[in-house]
Design a protein around this ligand. Structure first.
Ligand code: MG
Length: 379
């Protein structure tokens, strides 16, 4: 075959083989939907290393919704960790998705924007389940194209963020133990929001001088109490505070902001990109989570909206497996702070994905999310 004929033959098919021997789509044409694509869900029970307590809840296990998208011999994996505060659960998410599975399986995955918008309308109040779809689609797409997901977003893996390690609410003795276990991490995020806050910080400070971040999870009830505690926390080497007051108390948070020096971040107060402009006067930054946003695509939009308004961004996560945390790590080059340790809190992670070295999130050049299922994961 002459060189020109070879190029013509290559152009006639959208599918080729890259140097790694993986089948890749060259993007020159959208392939016709194929028969046999499936989208399935299952619930996995994640066991926590320590009972996890915040102002919201306390638990020894967490159920999360896992998805699998099989098409053209390629499997994409997704996960959604339902958020109790928004009345979400793994089972609720699974039921909400049930009737939509044929629609997802038969949709054109290359037109994921249209599909995800359609699903967002059909899944009111189920953004974590939507995230489980978004992640599986993008994992599949990256694998199909032969590139890591961070490449789909135009990001450099060398720029991944450094994550803090979270310390849930506990007795002073166990708090000290958790801080010692987190010795590899340069920054800690401590959960507060109860009457025991000062004892908690004292316990942390008895073991380490590291920079701290603090999350009150809406736990303080008055602006005066919050302002007093934040000023004390500032004296204890705390660099930022997350959601000091209940989410709806935006005006009261603005009052606090004028009386403290460290940045205040909105987590529970910020669900969607549309929320961000009205938070601008009260908060210095927002916390983006894939389970709140409904996946990577909407999370990226929130990050850009916050940036356009001059706000900082922290990328966080719920207690979840390496599936969600690795997906978030792919977006982390876009943010100022990372709180991506949910997979480190569990003992039976069903995936291997992002690794952490002295807090730095490390991604490989494997296509898609780069996840490796653990064959004997007990969940
Ligand atoms: Mg938070």
């Amino acid at each position: 075959m002459k060189r020109r004929e070879l190029f013509q033959a290559m152009a006639a098919t959208a599918v080729g083989v890259n140097l790694m021997g993986r089948e890749v789509f060259d993007g020159s044409a959208s392939p016709a939907p194929q028969k046999g694509a499936t989208f399935t869900t299952r619930i996995r029970r994640l066991e926590l290393r320590h009972t996890w307590t915040t102002t919201m809840s306390s638990s020894a296990t967490r159920d999360t919704l896992h998805t699998q998208y099989d098409r053209d011999g390629i499997t994409g994996y997704g996960e959604g960790a339902g958020i109790v505060r928004y009345q979400q659960s793994a089972l609720g998410g699974q039921k909400a998705l049930e009737a939509l599975l044929p629609l997802i399986a038969s949709a054109d995955p290359y037109s994921y924007e249209k599909l995800l918008k359609d699903l967002d309308r059909r899944l009111p109040g189920q953004r974590a389940a939507l995230a489980a779809v978004d992640l599986a689609l993008l994992d599949w797409l990256g694998k199909r194209l032969g590139v890591p997901v961070y490449r789909l977003f135009g990001l450099d893996p060398k720029d991944t963020a450094v994550t803090n390690m979270s310390i849930g609410i506990d007795t002073p003795e166990i708090t000290r133990q958790k801080v010692r276990e987190a010795e590899d991490f340069p920054v800690l995020k401590v959960k507060v929001g109860l009457a025991t806050d000062e004892a908690t910080i004292d316990a942390v400070r008895s073991v380490t001088k590291k920079t701290l971040r603090v999350d009150a999870n809406e736990g303080w009830t008055s602006k005066e109490e919050a302002a007093r505690k934040i000023n004390w926390l500032e004296s204890q080497g705390v660099e930022l505070i997350e959601q000091p007051l209940p989410a709806h108390l935006v005006e009261e948070t603005r009052w606090i902001r004028s009386r403290v020096h460290i940045p205040i971040f909105a987590d529970e107060a910020c669900h969607s990109a549309e929320d961000i402009p009205k938070l601008r006067e009260a908060f210095d930054g927002i916390v983006v989570k894939l389970d709140k946003s409904g996946g990577l695509i909407e999370a990226q939009r929130q990050i850009h909206v916050a940036r356009a308004l001059g706000m900082k961004v922290m990328l966080g996560c719920m207690v979840s497996s390496s599936c969600t945390v690795t997906a978030a790590a792919h977006l982390s080059p876009l943010v100022d702070y990372a709180d991506l340790d949910g997979h480190l809190l569990i003992a039976n992670d069903p995936y291997q994905g992002v690794t952490v070295q002295k807090g730095k999130l490390i991604l490989t050049d494997a296509p898609g999310l780069g996840l490796r299922p653990v064959p004997d994961a007990k969940n």
